[in-house]
Design a protein around this ligand. Sequence first.
Ligand SMILES: NC(=O)c1ccc[n+]([C@@H]2O[C@H](COP(=O)([O-])OP(=O)(O)OC[C@H]3O[C@@H](n4cnc5c(N)ncnc54)[C@H](OP(=O)(O)O)[C@@H]3O)[C@@H](O)[C@H]2O)c1
Length: 319
Amino acid sequence: MSLSATSIICVLGGSGFVGRQVCAALAARGLRLRVPTRDRDRAKHLTMLPTAELLAADVHDLATLHRLLQGCDAVINLVGVLHGGRGNTSFAAGHTELARTLVAACRETGVRRLLHMSSLNAATDAPSAYLRSKGEAEGVVRESGLDVTIFRPSIVFGREDKFLNLFAQMLKQFPLLIVPSAAARFQPVYVGDVARVFADALPCQDSIGQSYDLCGPRAYTMLELAQFVARTTGYQRPIFGADELLTNIMAFAMECLPGKVMSLDNVRSMSVDSVCNNGCTLPFGIAAAGVEATVTAWLGNQSPRGRYALFRDRTRRTS
Ligand SMILES: NC(=O)c1ccc[n+]([C@@H]2O[C@H](COP(=O)([O-])OP(=O)(O)OC[C@H]3O[C@@H](n4cnc5c(N)ncnc54)[C@H](OP(=O)(O)O)[C@@H]3O)[C@@H](O)[C@H]2O)c1
């Protein structure tokens, strides 16, 4: 499909961690964006993008989606629900049902191009309700007859992620860290790379009908990532890996707390390795950024000891 400065792209989930980077990448290419959100205040950072229009809207409502898609050249669905609520019903609503409503709205409005965000390991027989609903949503968009491209990242990292930053926060606050699902394996992919993949895929005819697994250059266990964050921030605390029983107890306890840091369903998701079988090859010739080379820019030397070491290094360098 050919895109121009008059093309309008509707981005569902554009206000989130991945969404804001995708929006920035599309805006940098001069595209006009229509971004619905449940809470305009929370998403107001997007008003900094000169071509973005932010709208308070309920994307689950077909008539609302129909209005949102009017005049659009393509739609990107990044909506993601990480915690499913009682009986995990929010996963079906946020992933499968939304995909159905979106496909219906695309048909009504004649919007053919759909970029759909899924997750590595999404499958209808996956061990967690999150991954099963993502797998069902993939089925819905794949069978829609629209010009669909699907993206399946491992865990996504970046300056505003809720993963490495959470380790950093816990290491700062607590005298020791117990890491749940310590042996779970991930191949973290940089959010800036994910955003580029979306922006490159959008006009690419060859990407229609494709499903891309997105991974970074290296796989790590959860424990290794926590240890890496400790080294990088300078908050060197004793770090222990929790076994299966303790992991489940921790997840159960955290499920009951406000903030929903972790749930039993998350633990089930992590029972399958989130790594790419193809090693690490991002599409469109994008060279994947590694955790070590990237994260130090925002997590580096946070502790007083780390800041002192940095200060000492700098003074040595200038003296
Ligand atoms: N981050 C990762 O490591 C990772 C890994 C694999 C796959 N993914 C997938 O990538 C996508 C983006 O993830 P993210 O990390 O950017 O998530 P996020 O920061 O939590 O953002 C989620 C987005 O979805 C919207 N949203 C959430 N629940 C919704 C609901 N019930 N109804 C309507 N909108 C809702 C939010 O919009 P408002 O709050 O503005 O309405 C927000 O824009 C998701 O599909 C996620 O499953 C992420």
